[in-house]
Design a protein around this ligand. Sequence first.
Ligand code: ARG
Length: 565
Amino acid sequence: MQLFTQQVIQLLAKPLAEHLNEADISQLIEVPKIATQGDLAFPTFRLAKLLRKAPPLIAQEVAAQIESEEFDVTAQGAYVNFFVKRPVLAKTVVGTVLEQAERYGSSEEGRSQKVIVEYNSANISKDMHHGYIRGLMIGASLDKIARSLGYETVTINHLGDYGINFGMIIVAFKRWGDREEVERRGVSALNELYVRFRREVEDDPELMTEARQWFKHLEDGTSQEALDLWTWFKEVSLRDYDLVWQKLGSQFDSFAGEAFYSDMMPGVRRELIEKGLIVQEDGAELIDLSSENLPNIIVTTSSGNSLYITRDIAAAKYRKETYDFARNIYVVGSEQRLHFQQLKAILKKMGYDWYKDIVHVDHGLIMLAEGKMSSRKGDVILLNDVLESAIERTRKLIEQKNPDLEDKAEVARQVGLGAIAFKELYTSRIKDYVFDWDDALSFEGETGPYLQYTNVRCHSLINRGGQMTGEIDYSLLNDDFSNELIRELARYPETVQSAFERYEPALISRYLIGVAKLFNKFYQQVTILSNQPAEKIARLALVRAVSTTLENGMKLINMEAPKRM
Ligand code: ARG
């Protein structure tokens, strides 16, 4: 309803001229949740205080002074309510959607501001299991949403490519590994070596000593062999991960991961000491965070090693210096909530006022019926297999239902992956949920395929409608079904904005389902391809606006929109 805010401000400006300026009015205007309370509403509490009068009295006085062709204006309790008249609503909303087309819902509010979206942050040598889908979808979606709002984004995959694990895998590879097998089977072979190390080390603690040595070599750069193996593990892993990223259309601007920051550790340590933030305890160095009501945290171990948090301190500083971000978003599971609270608190204590711009976008877990997936034990479902399987299942469905469809393989890809994307982004990000195949791929109810199908229906109407020329008479979109649908279309830009403000793509998914449902009601109740040409033209204009909105929205939640299915 933001499309009408400016007009409402103008209407209020005159009667309120002595008390409030336009900026004040603009701040006070609300979009009521309930339709009977108007499309926009102005609360009079603030005026009531100023004028020492009862709010309902003021509401009545203000309403009485407003005359408008575009709005019905009424006083209800303490509010002045504005109802956009139907023809005005239709003309403004549908007209705007058609004119702005793929730009409808986008804006310039983020212009010349940079937003970092860190997501996926895969752990090298570990399988990319199905549990990663959540963060991948949220991250990719927030990237698109931010860009549509005019922000410049930088996507970062903060690789987990550092730590004692790499010592373990080197030991395992040298003992039990086979180069050719790793080349052939990729990251899964590396993951198995890691799992085997974990198993064998229980009976042979000596293995751990070896692993430490190899990691030390890596850290100090004292062994070319260690470095070569690490580099190769990374190549093999990225090659496999890329299969997933390609399918999901994820693109990363930077892969600066933990190892990238290892050189900066001495500098971080020095700075923490100089700023008086370090407390010694049993040979380790820690930061006291009690003033922030958080547990203390070790930043250097007693053997002088940096930790996960230390590398994150370096990474945050590096990102600020390199990108001068307006926001630095980390899409990471909610089990790391404390970690990011501590990171923020440390940066605050270091005197960086941009600590406020650090945002942990946390999300819940996906569980299999049998429990959380663990790459340590090796009981995982690979994400790539899930995606392949979604495409394959969809292909079979198409084969049954619509065997003559052109481009079957392409549509199966769009619909299968769309189903998965939607499933991930329909549940609020913070909720855990249990993954279920049939549910994820169901084409009924609130699903991705339902959205896609609704949009296909729009396209088929547009095609059947034939060439359209002539003025659109918006006053013909006067029935309740059209009106309700148009009202919903008007909410799209503000939905995209809140999705970004709350880092919650699910707001867009739910919104789109709402549009699809209203459209399908309209489709059933109203003869769209009316034999009255003027009616047909107006209704098809609305259909085009629905399709544009659905397509724009689907793009933001990582879905493609086939024209046929
Ligand atoms: N690789 C880490 C993990 O799997 C996640 C990294 C999150 N990002 C960060 N900047 N700490 O636990």
